[in-house]
Every structure is written in C-alpha cells, then in structure tokens.
Design a protein around this ligand. Structure first.
Ligand code: NDP
Ligand code: MG
Length: 382
C-alpha cells in the first residue's frame, strides 16, 4: 500500500483534496509544490512536514525559504524544483495535479524514475500522449487516473476480461453552465457566468474548459491514450446530474457504470489506494434523493471544441499538442477579458485545421508545437 506521496500542484483544487484524503488515510507527504501560492504552501508545510517543497516562481521560492527557515523543509525553485519533487527517492507515488502543459516534463521524469503516478494533469497526456504512454510501458509504470470519468472507466475495467470484450467507452459530461444555449445566447456571456459550474467546484482553467466543452474534448484524447481506444469508440453523453461518472460497453452490449456524488475525493482516493478501498469523506449516494437522471446528445455545432479535439487526435502527430496549446492561451485570454467565450472554440478549431502535420517523436517536437500554437493564437488575437 502506498504510504508516501509527492504532490505536484498541492495548492490547487485537486492538490488540496488530495491532502484531505492523505489526512484521512494518515499518509505521509514527502514533497509539496506550487506555482506561487506560498501562503497556502507554508500552511501545508507546517501541517505535513515534507522534506522538500518546490515553488515554480523563483522570487516566491526565495520568500518561502525565509518564511519557513525554522522548519526542516528544503525549498527548491523553477522547473528543476518541480522535477526534483517528480523524481524524489523518498516517495511511493507522485500525484501530478499541476494544471497545463507545464506538467509534461515532470510526468516524463517521474516515469523515467519508475514512479507510479496518480494522474490529474490531462493537458500533458493530450499534448504528449505517445511519449508518455511509450515511456510508461518501457518503465513498467502505471498512471492511475484521477479525472472522474477516467477513474470511472478504470473502475469499470476491473470487471473487463482481458480479451477484446470492450466495445465502447461512454464519457459522461455535465454540459457545464451553458448547456442548451444557442450561439446567439452565448455571444456575450461573461467570465463569471462561465465560472459558475452547476455540479463541480474546480480550478479556474478547467471550469472554463467545462463551459466550452474543451474539457470533454481533452478527455476524449486522455481516454484514447489511457485505455488504448480509438476516438470513434469513445462516445460522449450529456448527463446533467453528474452522478454517473462514465460507462463502458462490452461486445454483448452490456453496460457498466460507476456512480457517486460529484466529489473528486473518491477518484483521488482510488488512484492512491488501488486496488483497495477505504472509507472516504464523501457522503453515500442516496438514490431516493435523486429524482431523475437525464441524458442528451452534445451540441457539436455550438461547442466546437469537441469536434476540434476529435479531429486533432485523428490528424495525429503534434496536432493534439497544438489544440491543447491553443486552448491554454484562448482560455486565459477569455478569463482576462481579451476575447469572447465563443472565440475559444473558433481559435482551437482554426489551430487544428491550419497547422501542418508533424510527427511527435521527441519531447522537443511537442514543446515546439505547443510554442508555435501559443504564438499563433497571440498573433490571431493581435
Ligand atoms: P488549480 O488551478 O486549482 O491548481 C493548479 C495547481 O498547479 C496549483 O497548485 C498551482 O499552484 C500549480 N501550478 C500551476 N502551474 C505550476 C507550475 N508551473 N509549477 C508548479 N505548480 C504549478 O487546478 P485544478 O486542481 O483544478 O486542476 C489540476 C489538474 O487536474 C488540471 O490538469 C485539471 O484539468 C485536472 N483536473 C481537475 C479536476 C478538478 O476537479 N479540479 C477534475 C479533473 C481533472 P498555485 O496555486 O501556486 O498557482
Ligand atoms: Mg473530468
């Protein structure tokens, strides 16, 4: 059983919920890391007493060093600090819960150090899926999915025979705050409206991705890599209540689903304790309180990111990295009030359509594609 965790992105939504789970299970935390929120990181260090902490922002790292000089925790900074936490000898499992492409190098480093990963950082798998999965296979490393849909599939898979019995994955999507809205109604939506997710409380970037349905597009690619499936065999169904977290269908058309209240601490805990299960802080599902469960087809015309991601995966090579890079910038520009909500889908679709195909054989191939996609979006918006 896993006992010592190194957490990349411990101050975020997944990071703090991972610490909730660790508290409950009495796990030891040997490394914590953040981008710049040193106030929360200091509280976490004082509570969990890790041997190492990393802060990406160098100035903030220096400030933290001073603030915690009475403790035994050593502070590192920049990408080197993150990589140090990703490969720490003194840990049984790395929890990768940083947001964005910045997680790619640490993911590869953890895998090369033969560390299993509780994996939330989907952007990494979208941009560098082949590199990551090949490295994991070579090193005998497992990525335990934290994303609720992928955890659900993984949980259902425990009942899947090893032959070709799996026919289809059915990803559920809440539909976000703008389900049922027309293009006209979405023209002037505000950041605050987009951040108002009906079911889940998450970090800002993924909440906007949920509103644009880019999140589901990223998840199609994430599932394709994690479960070695073609996107043609991955369906999306809008399920407003977020009680069914995803399903798998076998060749005999029998369907298995995983259900629970929408609380990330269940998938986080399962990624840490697999194959065991323990009590969790999440309430039990009271079926008498769920009056109905509803299902709808996604609106592919209005929410363009879904098809853009499918197309990106089909085009292959570096194109998924391009889609992800373009979205990371578009998402931020929308949050900063620089572009409209509908621009996100337009920008991601244009990037996917216009970029020239290139193989994605090395880390540099992926990093270059990501950089070019970001520049492309900045130039478009200028
Ligand atoms: P948050 O924005 O809440 O947290 C991100 C975390 O990553 C913070 O700790 C942040 O530090 C840290 N971070 C960001 N950039 C860097 C960097 N360069 N170096 C080191 N640390 C960095 O995001 P979420 O927790 O919501 O999401 C994390 C990942 O999990 C994303 O990939 C998301 O798609 C995925 N996910 C999230 C779910 C959720 O419920 N939140 C559900 C399923 C998947 P700081 O606080 O200092 O900025
Ligand atoms: Mg998800």
């Amino acid at each position: 059983m896993v006992n010592k965790l190194s957490i990349l992105g411990s101050t975020g939504s997944i990071g703090t919920q991972t610490l909730d789970v660790a508290r409950k299970l009495n796990l030891q935390i040997t490394a914590l890391s953040a981008h710049s929120n040193i106030e929360l990181l200091e509280q976490q260090i004082r509570e969990f007493k890790p041997s190492v902490a990393a802060v990406f922002d160098e100035v903030k790292a220096d400030a933290l060093k001073l603030n915690i000089k009475d403790t035994d925790t050593k502070v590192y900074s920049g990408m080197d600090g993150l990589l140090y936490c990703a490969t720490l000898d003194d840990c049984d499992l790395v929890v990768n819960s940083v947001v964005g492409m910045v997680g790619l190098k640490p993911t590869l480093a953890s895998i090369n150090a033969k560390k299993n990963i509780a994996f939330a950082n989907k952007e990494t798998l979208v941009a560098g899926g082949k590199l990551v999965m090949d490295a994991a296979k070579r090193n005998g490393v497992t990525l335990f999915p934290v994303d609720s849909e992928h955890s659900a599939i993984f949980q259902c898979m425990q009942a899947c025979p090893p032959d070709k019995a799996l026919k289809k994955i059915i990803l559920t999507a809440s539909g976000g705050p703008f389900f049922g809205k027309t293009v006209d109604e979405l023209k002037d939506v505000t950041v605050a409206q987009a951040l108002n997710h009906p079911n889940w409380s998450m970090g800002a970037k993924i909440t906007i991705d949920s509103a644009s349905m880019m999140n589901k597009g990223l998840e199609i690619i994430e599932a394709a890599w994690l479960f070695d499936m073609s996107p043609d065999d991955i369906d999306v169904v809008v399920h407003r209540e977020s009680i069914i977290h995803s399903m798998i269908e076998f060749t005999d058309n029998s369907v298995l689903a995983q259900l629970g209240l929408p609380d990330m601490r269940i998938p986080i805990q399962y990624a840490i304790t697999y194959p065991n299960r323990f009590e969790s802080p999440v309430e039990s599902l009271d079926f008498s309180k769920i009056s109905s469960m509803t299902f709808f087809k996604p609106d592919y015309e209005t929410f363009k990111c879904l098809n853009a991601c499918k197309k990106a995966f089909k085009r292959g090579g570096v194109i998924p990295a391009v889609a992800n890079g373009a979205n990371e910038v578009a998402n931020k520009l929308f949050r900063d009030g620089k572009i409209s909500f509908l621009d996100i889908g337009e920008i991601v679709s244009m990037a996917v359509d216009n970029f020239e195909f290139k193989e994605s054989k090395t880390l540099d191939d992926v990093l270059l594609a990501d950089k070019s996609a970001r520049e492309y979006v900045y130039n478009l918006v200028k």
